[in-house]
Design a protein around this ligand. Structure first.
Ligand SMILES: Nc1ncnc2c1ncn2[C@@H]1O[C@H](COP(=O)(O)OP(=O)(O)OP(=O)(O)O)[C@@H](O)[C@H]1O
Length: 325
C-alpha cells in the first residue's frame, strides 16, 4: 500500500462532483472531504442535492462530471463494498412480508456474513424482539434502526446515512447520537445527511452545508458556532462598551440597550459594570443562533418548492442515464 493510499483510508473525497438531469443541475461542482473518526453532517434544505450526491458516492447513479471516492476508490471498484461502506439511503425499502431479522439474514447470506452478526446487530440497534415481526408493520423509527443494522452488517469503515433521525422520537434521537458517537470513537467515518441543522447540531463534529447543489460552508461545528459571548442589557451601551474596553474585553453593540461582550466570563462583565456604576438589566451567555445562520446560508433555496426538472425527467430515476446530460 502506498503512503498516499494509507492516508486516504476511510476518507470520503468529493471532487468537482456535478450531476445534471437534462437541463437541470442537481449537484454543481461540489468538493469536500469527510474524515475518519469524525461525524460529519451533510446539510442543506430540501432539494439541495444531498441524496443525489450520496447516490453518486454509492455508485447508484453516474456523475456528469467529477469524482466521489471512498479511501481513494470509486464505490463500483471496491472489492468488498459491504465491508468498506455501509449505507442507509431510505428507510422504506424492506419487503413488507418479511421479518426484519429475515431481511438481514438474506443480506448476510448473499454477502457471506455469518448469521450471528445479524443477531448481534439487532441487539446493538435495540430491535431484537420486534425484528421477528413483519417489516410491513414497522414504525418509521423501527425501519430506521433496521436500516442502520443492515448498513453495519459488513462492519464497514465508512457509514453513510441519509436523514437517519427522520421518524425517531426524542429518545430515539438520543440513542442514535450515542450510537454514532461510539462508532466514530472506534475510528469510523460517518456521514449523516439532514435538512435540519438543529436536528444534528449536537451529534456532528463537522458540517458540510450545500444549497442549490453548491457548497456554501464546510468546517467544524465549533467554527460554525463561532465564539460564544455574553449578552448584556444596560441603559448605557456606549458607557459599558468603553468600560469593557478598558478591561480588555471587546464588544459589539446590538441595539439601544444591549451589547454582546466577547467573553464567556459573566462575572467579569458584571464586575466591570458595577465598577463603572452602570445598571445591568440582563446578563446571559450567548451562543450562535445556528438556526438563523443556517437559514441565512441557504435562504430561499428550497428547490422542491420552486421549479425543478420537468416530471418527465424525474421519471428517469429508474432509467436515469436517459436524463443525464
Ligand atoms: N432523477 C432525477 N431527475 C430529475 N430531477 C431530479 C432527479 N433526482 C433528483 N432531482 C432533483 O434534484 C434536486 C436535488 O434532489 P435531492 O433529492 O438530491 O435533494 P435533497 O437535498 O436530498 O433533498 P431532500 O432533503 O428533499 O431529500 C431536486 O430538485 C430534485 O427534484
Amino acid at each position: 500500500m502506498t503512503t498516499a493510499t494509507a492516508t486516504r483510508e476511510g476518507r470520503i473525497e468529493i471532487a468537482g462532483l456535478t450531476k445534471r438531469f437534462g437541463g437541470f443541475t442537481a449537484v454543481d461542482d461540489l468538493s469536500f472531504d469527510v474524515e475518519p473518526g469524525r461525524i460529519t453532517g451533510f446539510l442543506g434544505p430540501n432539494g439541495a442535492g444531498k441524496t443525489t450526491t450520496l447516490r453518486m458516492l454509492l455508485g447508484l447513479i453516474r456523475p456528469t462530471r467529477g469524482t466521489a471516492t471512498i479511501g481513494g476508490r470509486q464505490y463500483t471498484t471496491l472489492s468488498r463494498p459491504l465491508s468498506t461502506v455501509g449505507a442507509a439511503l431510505e428507510a422504506t425499502n424492506f419487503h413488507p412480508g418479511r421479518s426484519g431479522r429475515d431481511h438481514l439474514r438474506v443480506l448476510a447470506d448473499t454477502s457471506g456474513i455469518p448469521t450471528s452478526r445479524v443477531d448481534e446487530l439487532l441487539e446493538l440497534t435495540g430491535i431484537p424482539a420486534a425484528a421477528r415481526k413483519r417489516a410491513g408493520g414497522y414504525s418509521m423509527g423501527m425501519r430506521q434502526r433496521l436500516g442502520l443494522a443492515a448498513a453495519l452488517l459488513g462492519d464497514p469503515q465508512v457509514l453513510v446515512l441519509d436523514e437517519p433521525a427522520n421518524g425517531l422520537d426524542p429518545e430515539g434521537i438520543r440513542w442514535l447520537r450515542g450510537f454514532l458517537r461510539h462508532l466514530s470513537e472506534e475510528g469510523k467515518t460517518i456521514l449523516v445527511s439532514s435538512h435540519l441543522l438543529r436536528e444534528v447540531e449536537q451529534t456532528v463534529d463537522d458540517v458540510v452545508i450545500i444549497a442549490n447543489g453548491r457548497l456554501v460552508r464546510a468546517g467544524t461545528m465549533a467554527d460554525l458556532r463561532g465564539t460564544p459571548g455574553a449578552l448584556v442589557r444596560t441603559s448605557d451601551v456606549a458607557g459599558l462598551a468603553g468600560a469593557l474596553r478598558v478591561a480588555d474585553v471587546t464588544s459589539t453593540v446590538q441595539d439601544d440597550d444591549s451589547l454582546v461582550a466577547d467573553t464567556t466570563d459573566l462575572r467579569l462583565v458584571g464586575d466591570v459594570a458595577l465598577r463603572a456604576g452602570l445598571p445591568i438589566y440582563g446578563l446571559t451567555p450567548r451562543a450562535a443562533d445556528l438556526e438563523a445562520l443556517f437559514f441565512e446560508l441557504t435562504e430561499g433555496t428550497n428547490r422542491n418548492l420552486g421549479e425543478a426538472a420537468a416530471p418527465a425527467e424525474r421519471d428517469a430515476v429508474t432509467g436515469e442515464e436517459g436524463a443525464n446530460e
